[in-house]
Design a protein around this ligand. Sequence first.
Ligand code: SF4
Ligand code: SF4
Length: 144
Amino acid sequence: MTSFWKTKTLDELTESEWESLCDHCGKCCLVKLQDEETGKVAYTSVVCKCYNLSDASCNDYRDREEIVNDCVSLNSKNIKSFDWLPSSCAYKLLANGEPLPDWHHLVSGNKNLVHELGVSIKDKAISETSVNVLDIPMTVMKWV
Ligand code: SF4
Ligand code: SF4
């Protein structure tokens, strides 16, 4: 495969190239809490009700924004406004002019490395369907 992410801008990517950039770390699907005064965002270990923990993907990707109110579709125009995205996110890295990490599947050729190296939420997150909403603040944690 050609290294399209090195030769094209995010604006120039085809839909399939855009989608292929996602490493399925799942961190953008975690429930996040925002401090009303500072605006600071904290990640929790609780993941969206639509997230499939066994195959690290969204159960309703196509209709995700209709099903989950605060789910957003990333694109080349809005990516820079989501500064809460994790620092490992491929879209954020490329939007900031940074390279993809060596473990990224497009670089390494191994889609499991993101999980094997502990970059993803696999085996660490719990679904919001199993958590009392009042307990969510107690699940704040730092992710790699
Ligand atoms: S944080 Fe970025 S790379 Fe990770 S799952 Fe979300 S969109 Fe994909
Ligand atoms: S609806 Fe799907 S893509 Fe959106 S946050 Fe939930 S699991 Fe992630």
